[in-house]
Design a protein around this ligand. Sequence first.
Ligand code: SF4
Length: 268
Amino acid sequence: MISANLLPLVRCAAQADLTVTMTTNGFTLSPEAARHLAEAGLGYLALSLDGFDQVHNQIRQRSDAFSLALRAMTHATDNGLRVRINCVICELNLELLPGFITWVRDNPRLESIFFQALAQPFGEPSRENWWQAEPLFPKNPARAGEVLRELLDMKRAGFPILNPDGQFAALSAYFENPEQFVLGQCRVGAMGLTIDAAGVVRLCSRYEPIGDLMQGHSLRAIFKSAKAEQVRAEMAACRRNCHLLINCCFEENGAPDLRGAAADPSSQ
Ligand code: SF4
């Protein structure tokens, strides 16, 4: 939508048999852009939506954010794209989440919803205790835990929630204290990669790139290269309290070692 490289990148990844998902706030998605993305092989459009109009607009600090997201949803589905919602749990939307899930389930243009925890934006310099000064971070972790238990119950009742069951307990523990989870070994480098608008490929934004698509190398070759193996080995030694492990790259039985974790809500 913004970069001329976007469609070639989507096409390249789709031709490599990857399921291509693009996350967007939907502000600029025109019908033509949706059609081009569908033709290039985009698998899913992940639409960032953190609640209904008033709350979403307040979080995005834009009075038309909700209506633009709905317009993007319409353009996407009219052109054959599948759409799911990415929702960041925060202080402002915590109480409305059960109703929001019901709205997603009842909207025929939407397939599912995936929750993430509010985190420090990736790529920003890490700030200790950043969440204590963050007005959107949930202020009452006990209440956050109750809501997360309700979401898990809704998932088990058949609502289209994509998070694995174990992630709800992990999110509860994270909201108790985001500084307390420390991974045993990062496996993010084996789970995926990122490609920026210029075609540069990374396993983690904090480490060196592993390749450049615009230099003619295939994505598969880059992912399996010696450089990628070297970066993976460096990443395995990383001991950051990294939000990727609690959000996008959460593994049900995997990496996060939740020190002082809240009890599994499913066991209560
Ligand atoms: S844990 Fe470290 S290496 Fe792994 S994704 Fe996070 S910052 Fe990168």
